[in-house]
Ligand binder design. Structure first.
Ligand code: PLP
Length: 372
């Protein structure tokens, strides 16, 4: 028997979630597929969305080139911009759209006589204090770009610090600053301005805030960034399901322990089920004891420390479960956000770390896509 741990990616669910984002946001949408589409693999996800999305967003040039090599022709925005001047000619040759967030990057652009972009994407820092120009800098910068470089189309992009969409009042000040900036830019007669403001949290939780280009990431994969703290705000469908099987059973007498460091000690005769999935697969080592694991149709508790390739669950109360029983570690019936909470992290991290397991694609629109 081959190792039974595998991921199923439901591309129909990906499309469903995208359409939901489109309905909620309106305008145009970039599907955020950085970090290998949050662990779901960028190329199959981009292909699945290629008839729906208006473009894609990735973090780096390498990620964008992978998509171009796979014949993805839609616009691709580089959210982290260019890391060195040498990336500029490639970005232009492959028709990519870097986001400019430092004066140095704009200098690289000014110094390259062949470099031009139909629309320049500029990042505005509205409070994250990570990347971008402050709202106060934007009018002067825009005027410089307009007069010195002949720029006539700007897209102002921001990423809110309160990105899970749960604190609408925290957006009052950033939105006020943005409105003031937009007001001032109206004095430049031929300048066309667009905005890109909303990630998943803003799309789901800040309906009063909208821009021209939405940038949903997590919600496309079927997860609300505020989960599990709040009940699902929209009918998102989980895209990734991580499954395995029980491959060994251990009878553990009272007083004996399970796994590294004797973290779990049996207080009763315990039937421990062993699942071949561990932190090398991306299952978090920090998952606390009691983290739910779905075996058959029953939620059973994780026991002991998650090891590199295995973890253990307590099957004592369920004699019907045993060798070969199917396991869901997270996905369609066990929300990844719940597992993340038990591991003191967020669903984003768990999804992005899933890189090793065999991947199966479910896609009603394409009978050829099965296994990678
Ligand atoms: C600049 C930017 N926009 C959009 C997104 C997508 O965010 P989310 O996955 O919360 O929708 C991210 C993700 O980190 C981002 O960095």
């Amino acid at each position: 028997m081959t190792r039974p741990t595998a991921i199923t990616i439901d591309l129909d669910h990906l499309r469903h979630n995208f359409q939901l984002a489109q309905m909620l946001h309106g305008g145009q949408l970039l599907a955020v597929i950085k970090a290998n589409a949050y662990g779901h693999k960028a190329v199959p996800c981009a292909r699945a969305l290629s008839k729906l999305a208006d473009g894609f967003a990735v973090a780096t040039l390498e990620e964008a080139l992978q998509l171009r090599r796979a014949a993805i022709r839609l616009p691709i925005v580089l959210l982290e911009g260019l890391f060195e001047a040498a990336e500029l000619p490639e970005a232009i040759a492959y028709e990519l759209t870097p986001v400019f967030h430092t004066a140095q990057q704009l200098e690289w652009l000014a110094q390259d006589p062949k470099a031009s972009f139909e629309t320049l994407w500029i990042k505005v820092d509205t409070g994250m204090h990570r990347l971008g120009f402050s709202p106060q800098e934007i009018p002067g910068l825009a005027e410089h770009l307009y007069r010195q470089m002949g720029i006539r189309r700007l897209t102002l992009m921001t990423h809110f610090a309160h990105a899970d969409g749960q604190q609408p009042q925290a957006l009052d000040q950033p939105m006020q600053h943005l409105q003031q900036v937009l007001q001032r830019l109206r004095t430049l007669p031929e300048l066309q301005i667009k905005t890109s403001l909303c990630n998943s949290g803003a799309i789901l939780g800040y309906p009063a805030v909208r821009g021209d280009w939405g940038r949903p990431g997590l919600m496309l994969y079927g997860v609300d960034p505020a989960a599990p703290a709040v009940a699902a705000r929209q009918p998102l469908k989980p895209v990734m399901t991580l499954t395995s099987r029980i491959t060994a059973i251990n009878q553990v007498p009272p007083g004996a322990s399970v796994g590294y460091g004797a973290l779990f000690t049996a207080t009763r005769p315990t039937r421990a089920g062993i699942i071949p999935c561990g932190y090398a697969d991306g299952y978090p080592r920090s998952a606390r004891q009691g983290t739910p694991v779905l075996v058959g149709d029953v939620r059973v508790p994780l026991i002991g420390r998650v090891s590199m390739d295995m973890l253990s669950v307590d099957l004592s109360d369920y004699p019907q479960l045993g060798l070969g029983s199917p396991v869901e570690l997270w996905g369609s019936r066990l929300p990844v956000a719940e597992v993340a909470q038990n591991a003191q992290t967020i669903a984003y991290e768990l999804l992005c770390h899933l890189q090793r397991a065999t991947v199966h694609y479910r896609d009603a629109q394409d009978s050829t896509s099965t296994l990678e």
